[in-house]
Design a protein around this ligand. Structure first.
Ligand SMILES: *[C@@H]1O[C@H](CO)[C@@H](O)[C@H](O)[C@H]1NC(C)=O
Length: 174
């Protein structure tokens, strides 16, 4: 009986943690196409809601492209600032730390001018309800939050692991 109660307690704790860990989304820029030339990044960004705390991931074969964060005028002109260093790993994670308009472009060759390899997004402030909270929340609410996030492919692996562990524990317990 004591073991049963502790399982319930652990499950509730894990479930309560899921919303806090799965709220921040990760956007793979261009989805399966990744960061490349000849892709319409404005169409890709349209309808997506970017928020403070979310992450952009630029994926490309290392050496083929790069990522510069630029301002609006450099974006229009496709000119990366000479005094800034681009990201070049091919798996570049950019945390959206502040709200507002953000511009990115590839500085290789004429990938920006001719290839259209540029992205502009508007980052919204974090929602009040998305602030991390450890308060227990009902199971259904947590799972709804979890699944609606995973539909957008944005849940982190840890959140997924926590959720499946919680689901397993709940199954064992009830
Ligand atoms: C944008 O950045 C460039 C440097 O790369 C600078 O010369 C220019 O004044 C900036 N423009 C604005 C509007 O801030």
């Amino acid at each position: 009986m004591a073991r049963c109660h502790s399982l319930v307690a652990v499950s509730i704790l894990l479930v309560a943690l899921v919303p806090a860990t799965s709220m921040a989304k990760e956007f793979i820029v261009g989805d399966d196409a990744g960061w490349t030339i000849g892709f319409n990044y404005q169409a890709w960004a349209q309808g997506k809601e970017f928020r403070v705390g979310d992450t952009l991931v630029f994926k490309y074969p290392e050496g083929a492209h790069n990522v510069y964060k630029v301002n609006g005028s450099d974006f229009q002109a496709c000119t990366p600032p000479s005094d800034s260093i681009p990201l070049t790993s091919g798996n570049d994670h950019i945390l959206l730390a502040t709200a507002g308009r953000k511009w990115y472009l590839c500085g290789v060759g004429e990938h920006c001018e001719i290839g259209g390899q540029k992205l502009v997004i508007t980052v919204q402030p974090q929602l009040q309800s998305e602030a991390p909270s450890l308060a227990p929340s009902p199971w259904s609410q947590s799972m709804n939050a979890y699944y609606s996030n995973s539909v957008e492919k944005m849940s982190s692996i840890p959140a997924m692991a926590v959720a499946s562990l919680a689901a397993t524990l709940v199954t064992l317990t009830f």
